[in-house]
Design a protein around this ligand. Sequence first.
Ligand SMILES: Nc1ncnc2c1ncn2[C@@H]1O[C@H](COP(=O)(O)OP(=O)(O)OP(=O)(O)O)[C@@H](O)[C@H]1O
Ligand SMILES: [Mg+2]
Length: 576
Amino acid sequence: MYPQLSMEGTTMLESTQNTLVGHITEVSGGRMIATLLTEAEGFQPVVQLGTEKVSVGQIGTQLLVRHRALEILCQVIRMWEEPAEGHAGAPARRDALTATAPRPNRRRRLVLLPLGQLNEDGQFERGVKAFPVTGAEVHLVTSRQLETIFDRFRSQDLALGRLSSRPDIEVFLDPNPLFTRHLAILGQSGAGKSWTVTSLLQRAVRTMPRAHVVMLDLHGEYGWRDEHGRWRSAFPERVVRHLDARELEIPYWLLTYAELVDFLIDKSDPTATLQIAYLRDVLYALRKKANAHLELSQLSVDSPVYFSIKELYLHFKQANEQQLDFGKTKGALYGAFDNFLVRFQSMYNDTRYDFLLRPKKRTSSESLESLLRDFIGLGEPKRQITVIDLSPIPSDVRPMVSSQIARLAYEFNYWNPRRREFPILLVCEEAHQYLPREGSPELQATRRAMERIAKEGRKYGVSLCVVSQRPTELSETVLAQCSNYLCLRISNPDDQAYVRGLMPEGEADMAEILASLARGEVLAVGDATPLPTRFQVYPPDPPPQSADVPLAESWRHGPEDLDVGEIVRHWWQQKR
Ligand SMILES: Nc1ncnc2c1ncn2[C@@H]1O[C@H](COP(=O)(O)OP(=O)(O)OP(=O)(O)O)[C@@H](O)[C@H]1O
Ligand SMILES: [Mg+2]
């Protein structure tokens, strides 16, 4: 009953004989509807293709639409059934009730999303230049055909998992677009983001031994001590260096003027404007004084050079107490800095801020070099991945430290003449904590630093990999600049809709499957895969320390008592 297309040559006939499953019955902008063969016409729900069994019409699988020389690879995004002709009036409910009854004439329909075309050499090209007409044949795709699609990417050797619909096919990603044009890894808690990051990086450094990755680890998941006190890491020792953010010592003098203002001055204070203006003068004078020996002609309030924070404090104190004429008149700034001084002192005396305000190693401008070396993995020992553990530092300063790390990464390559040969990837775990949307003034500095990388980093070989469970809370600028998304399970409809909005047009329909992804299953969208691909990520080896707690086991056989004194000591000493 469907116009059969004439076959060109017998070889095609032979090779297509058992792959034909239906015909196109409707074509509209960007979508196609296919009607599968009826059982009477030879429909089989599962077809044996060589050694593999393929379910026909399963959502998420690929089909090939053939029309003359045109071959279009499509993805099944919907399937439904209609009553057989002749029974058109039959109620749908009854249909469902009798679903198991053999009805040789029922019509199965599919909505197909075109992904791209196969050219004459069987190579896959994204996008569809010409659409087929109704009556075009719909075929199953053989493994060989799917494999050739990944062929172009295979040479880069970055295999991250296996196709969910065809586990015999490995999924290869192209590291060039993946790591140069920003990557987002999104998914709800426990979906498998940290495992995916680990697996990806483990494989990346294996195939690219000169990779440079800096990772912000917020929970100490990538390096930790086990219950026997042994050091464990999610990466082999020869590729990774773990740095405790406190030991890395990002000193206060690296902060720019604007960052120091954010850190030291409470903007709601009535004398804030005075404090800001005075800070500028003092800061410039102090930076200049401490670095006369460097003979820098370009020195500014923002220069990353040493100054003494104690002297800064003393200047404020003196101005605040200044009296003239033996106490008869008060200085112009008398009393203006009361709040500033109290705030400063409380921060300075808070040991949690020691790594910032009381550096031990980084006490001269010259120490910037070793800081940069340590940070980028060129210190002793040289390593490809530098994991910066932010878990020991107070959560209110994490955004500032993250912003410094982002700024260091950016500035490092901005001033690096060999930046093109030295691309850096900054992985931001739990990015929603310090990389928020507009609206939280205290996180402005991190947002600015990260957004700068998102907008301009590509030119200087600095890229971001943001990992988050709350895409709706993340900076839109950063997310919008990402060219690749690895989406794990997202069941919250708001987040789902948001992620859908981020995806390129035409591929957004794929977002429907986000809620149905299994643990560690990813929908990869972007130019690092030849087509939007749903696959199961290879588990990392070794995995990060992010496993769920074995609740049932612990609640049955867990400890009867605990050393609570020890917990208190850890808390007091801020040591886990
Ligand atoms: N590729 C995978 N294969 C098998 N199991 C996986 C895979 N990915 C994740 N899992 C399982 O899911 C658990 C949670 O994964 P993971 O810690 O990566 O989640 P997450 O998305 O980072 O969560 P959170 O947002 O809370 O950090 C893992 O401990 C592991 O048991
Ligand atoms: Mg995680």
